[in-house]
Design a protein around this ligand. Structure first.
Ligand SMILES: *[C@@H]1O[C@H](CO)[C@@H](O)[C@H](O)[C@H]1NC(C)=O
Ligand SMILES: *[C@@H]1O[C@H](CO)[C@@H](O)[C@H](O)[C@H]1NC(C)=O
Ligand SMILES: *[C@@H]1O[C@H](CO)[C@@H](O)[C@H](O)[C@H]1NC(C)=O
Length: 323
């Protein structure tokens, strides 16, 4: 067991070891101590993560989004302003905004409204990642990249406008489902174009995110963070989407998984010996479901007025669950 831990220390990003003495990285401190395990979130950690998750549901709203009166623009997000929508509500959509209470610049990506067409197109094809600075052999899902590219100019312009107005604010990328994948691609796009942006000021929270790229790509994504304490990937119970596209096709997740288990306990899940996905958390689930896709904890991501079209969402999913 001791030897295994040594090897894991070696394989994990060196940062994880270097920062164990830093008070700033409380979670990572125990992550590094518990490399062969999972760790329960404390109540404070859970509420810190939720603070960020609350910015996801409004991305499904059109009505009341710009003046922050939408049905899911709740009290947890009070004092959000400078809201700008990007994309096309029928296809790829999201918003950028500022929250002065939390001193945050927010970039929030919605999932697809047309899950059927998305699933139909999720042919598992990988493209070479055509961004300068990506390592050789990094590949991403071509559809996700195409979708991100359709909004990237708007998104990056909005972010730059807000960072020039609020240079000391932290940045939060948040995305649900397909929007989780797009938020990862967006963050990395920003980082490559503007390397001077400090990653410690950038937080990334994805919810129900599908896999995006291959091992080389995902490992590289992790390396962009000075530590993984700022990059969490929330998986609710046995939701199917995080298991797609299947690892069988060479896809791997990045980030630190936060898994909500079947009895509502929330865990940090340390990357396993392949260094990118824990085998102890959502990867233990085989009876995969779509009913757990649209919420996490007590937070609905989409509600009766601002939601994904359920009929479209549920269609045809069974055929794809071969992971
Ligand atoms: C907010 O915008 C909506 C349109 O999306 C409008 O109907 C509503 O009156 C506005 N509310 C306020 C308080 O300005
Ligand atoms: C929102 O910001 C204003 C000042 O800009 C402040 O007076 C108000 O208390 C804030 N609201 C909340 C709920 O913090
Ligand atoms: C888990 O939490 C959800 C939402 O708060 C609740 O509806 C459900 O009953 C809980 N399930 C269990 C097993 O505690």
């Amino acid at each position: 067991m001791f030897l295994v831990k040594i090897v894991l220390y070696f394989l994990l990003n060196l940062d994880l070891i270097l920062i164990t003495s830093s008070p700033y990285n409380k979670e990572i401190t125990f992550l590094a101590k518990k490399l062969d395990n999972v760790m329960r979130l404390s109540d404070q950690e859970l509420s810190a993560v939720k603070t960020f998750v609350y910015f996801s549901p409004p991305s499904y709203c059109l009505e009341g989004l710009l003046n922050w009166t939408c049905t899911t623009c709740g009290e947890q997000t009070t004092n959000t302003s400078h809201v700008k929508a990007f994309g096309d509500f029928k296809y790829i959509f999201g918003y950028t905004a500022v929250n002065t209470n939390l001193q945050l610049i927010i970039i929030s990506f919605r999932g697809t409204r047309n899950f059927k067409s998305w699933m139909g197109n999720i042919k598992f094809a990988q493209l070479d990642y055509p961004y300068e600075g990506a390592p050789e052999g990094a590949k991403v899902h071509g559809g996700f990249l195409h979708e991100y590219n359709s909004v990237k100019e708007e998104v990056i312009a909005n972010i730059l406008e807000l960072t020039s107005m609020y240079p000391n604010f932290q940045i939060l990328f948040v995305g649900h489902s397909l929007g989780g994948a797009l938020s990862v691609l967006s963050l990395i796009d920003l980082k490559l174009k503007y390397p001077e942006m400090e990653m410690k000021k950038i937080n990334l929270i994805t919810i129900a995110q599908p896999r995006i790229g291959n091992y080389i790509f995902s490992k590289w994504i992790n390396e962009q963070f000075s530590n993984l304490n700022n990059y969490f990937r929330i998986v609710n119970k046995n939701d199917a989407t995080p298991h797609l596209p299947p690892s069988l096709f060479g896809f791997k997740h990045s980030g630190v998984e936060i898994w909500i288990n079947l009895v509502n306990e929330s865990y940090y899940c340390i990357p396993d010996d392949d260094m990118l996905e824990s085998k102890l958390c959502s990867n233990t689930q085989h009876g995969l479901s779509v009913a757990t896709h649209k919420h996490c904890w007590d937070i609905d991501i989409g509600n009766s007025r601002c939601s994904i079209d359920d009929d479209i969402y549920y269609h045809n999913l069974d055929e794809i669950l071969i992971d």
